[in-house]
Write a protein that binds this ligand. Structure first.
Ligand SMILES: [Cu+2]
Length: 104
């Protein structure tokens, strides 16, 4: 597993919802680490730009969310209010190339 430790920037803020951008590149999910604030609704915009990756899907097992990531298409994920301290995510096969959302 490769954790880059780069924090995502908030792209826009819509009411109580915060939108974060993420990409799937040859290095996996970038950033693989996102810090969100407790109580905010989290939206992710995920774009897979790498053809040769097993992350053609993203899943959040704890949230029971799984979505296809078509190449070069922006995929919107509504995570809602994230509970707990951390929520992990990974490819559809639940193996390598994961990441984590940390709730502060
Ligand atoms: Cu995989």
């Amino acid at each position: 597993m490769r954790i880059l430790g780069i924090l995502a920037m908030v792209v826009v803020s819509v009411g109580n919802a915060k939108v974060y951008e993420m990409k799937v590149t040859g290095r996996g999910f970038e950033p693989s680490s996102i810090e969100v604030t407790k109580g905010e609704s989290v939206q992710l915009l995920v774009t897979r730009t790498e053809k040769k990756t097993c992350a053609t899907e993203i899943q959040f097992p704890d949230l029971k969310i799984k979505k296809d990531l078509p190449l070069n298409k922006v995929v919107k994920l509504d995570l809602g209010k994230v509970e707990g301290e951390t929520v992990s995510f990974g490819c559809g096969m639940d193996m390598m190339m994961g990441g984590v959302i940390t709730v502060k």
